[in-house]
Write a protein that binds this ligand. Structure first.
Ligand code: C5P
Length: 299
């Protein structure tokens, strides 16, 4: 009798880049040095056994998420299918809460969830390092969605080293009001604004601040080299950053390639105040804590 489960449910977090240094392009990708932090905003993916050869995605999905072969969760399942030739197929259901094209690695999170869910569903002989390697083939941010916590990412963001981190951080996220931003487009604008970027250096001051557990120290070190490019594509983001600071955040940054903005608060109650104020001004906000674990089986 088979001991394989017939269904696996996985929860996977979004990320913010606490620091993102962007350098020159090598083999089609920008060399970066970034500090990732996984935040408590999750997509959920359910993978169910299906007839042999089936690999499909169902679900009530937000605009901008296709269920076709270009979907990263489908591509993750297909990669494992091609590699391991499991005897059954898979049907995926996705519940999205991470904004689409929001700079929080939502698509990568779904790929990470599909890798984990399918490897358990099909009882594959994979260890965590194998999944990180398959993840890197799917997208630069997929390995971090598997790992979670806080990490230094180098190369194109896919080479990870866990970062020491103390304490809990309280963020207020503001979702873009003018639609998503395409990551390649933001990188292209970065190239126009920075024709000869220096090699990215590891943000050692930020890494040190993270070990202190003091949000004030971390707030002083937040930076994002893609921020001017994102603001140049959506100028209103500059106003949103101002609004967050005026509402009492210690600091605010564009998350990754945007347009989500992330505001670090001094405490949970300070985050409540910032969120309330920004909401009253008409922004779509969510409060999250960080760091949280990476992709995890929850059922
Ligand atoms: O790795 P991923 O498929 O998520 O990247 C999407 C696109 O973003 C790439 O095709 C590239 O245009 C851009 N990118 C980049 N440098 C990186 C990561 C992404 O130029 N380090």
């Amino acid at each position: 009798m088979s001991m394989e489960p017939t269904m696996v449910k996985v929860r996977v977090p979004a990320k913010v880049n606490l620091g993102l240094a962007v350098g020159p392009v090598v083999s089609g990708y920008h060399q970066i040095a970034t500090v990732f932090q996984a935040v408590g905003l999750y997509d959920e993916l359910v993978a169910e056994l299906a007839e042999p050869g089936v690999c499909e995605l169902l679900g009530d999905l937000p605009d901008g998420v296709t269920v076709g072969e270009d979907n990263l969760a489908i591509r993750a399942a297909r990669l494992l299918m091609a590699r391991f030739e499991p005897t059954s197929g898979v049907r995926l259901r996705l519940r999205k809460r991470i904004p689409v094209a929001g700079g929080m690695a939502g698509g990568s999170a779904d790929a990470a969830a599909a890798l984990l869910a399918c490897s358990v569903l099909w009882d594959l002989d994979t260890d965590p390092d194998d999944l990180l390697m398959y993840g890197a083939q799917l997208g630069s941010d997929v390995p971090f969605a598997l790992m979670g916590g806080a990490a230094l990412g180098t190369d194109r963001g896919n080479r990870l080293a866990p970062a020491l981190s103390r304490g809990h951080y309280h963020w207020v996220l503001v979702f873009g009001a003018e639609g998503g931003l395409s990551t390649p487009e933001v990188y292209r604008r970065f190239d126009e604004l920075n024709p000869t970027p220096a090699s990215p250096s590891v943000p050692t001051d930020l890494l040190e601040a993270l070990t202190s557990g003091d949000p004030h120290a971390v707030a002083e070190q937040l930076f994002n080299d893609l921020q001017p490019a994102a603001i140049s594509l959506q100028p209103k983001l500059g106003e949103t950053l101002e609004a967050g600071r005026a509402a009492g955040a210690l600091a605010g940054i564009v998350s990754g390639s945007g347009p989500t903005t992330a505001f670090l608060a001094a405490s949970e109650s300070a985050a409540l105040d910032v969120a309330r104020q920004l909401k009253a001004e008409g922004h779509q906000v969510v409060r999250v804590q960080a760091p949280v674990a990476g992709a995890k089986i929850i059922g």
